[in-house]
Design a protein. Structure first.
Length: 167
């Protein structure tokens, strides 16, 4: 039987980046840093969560993916656009996300979504390349956004758009 019960051979990868307003260990960033374990645990317990990128600790704050030491990266994999959207906009994560301007400078291009084969764990280099593709070409099968999602390569139907509910 196909349709809603169809299991795809692809998972949804996401990257979001941000330029911190101060070093991750600075007092003005403490609320961000001190809540990472809680937010990461919430993600891991969310339906549809598959994997997340970490550095030496339980998060990626020690990973230097950019020349700029204030740039932070977050990469995770989910079983669907809907599952990631539910975590981002309809869980305890939303309160944390609403505070992002306290800790991060505004950026036009800070998030990209793309499909990966099930079991694949994207690297920071791959994620940054997807962000660049999205910026260069706009949303497409190679990199897209919640507002303009593209179906997995083996999906019967495209996912529904998800609007930013905390803008």
């Amino acid at each position: 039987m196909r349709g809603l019960s169809h299991m795809t051979a692809f998972h949804l990868a996401q990257v979001n980046i941000g330029r911190l307003k101060a070093h991750v260990d600075a007092p003005e960033i403490a609320d961000f840093k001190n809540n990472l374990d809680q937010v990461n645990a919430l993600a891991e317990a969310s339906p549809g969560f598959v994997w997340r990128f970490t550095g030496e600790g339980n998060n990626a704050t020690d990973v230097q993916a950019f020349e700029d030491p204030l740039m932070a990266i977050n990469i995770s994999v989910w079983d669907s656009v809907a599952a990631l959207g539910a975590f981002v906009y309809r869980s305890g994560h939303i309160a944390f996300m609403r505070r992002r301007r306290e800790w991060f400078h505004e950026m036009d291009n800070y998030m990209a979504l793309w499909w990966v084969p099930a079991g694949h764990q994207p690297t920071p280099e791959e994620a940054i390349a997807r962000l660049a593709t999205l910026e260069r070409l706009g949303p497409g099968p190679e990199a897209f956004t919640f507002k303009t999602p593209f179906p997995a390569p083996d999906a019967a139907h495209p996912p529904l758009p998800i609007l930013d509910e905390c803008a």
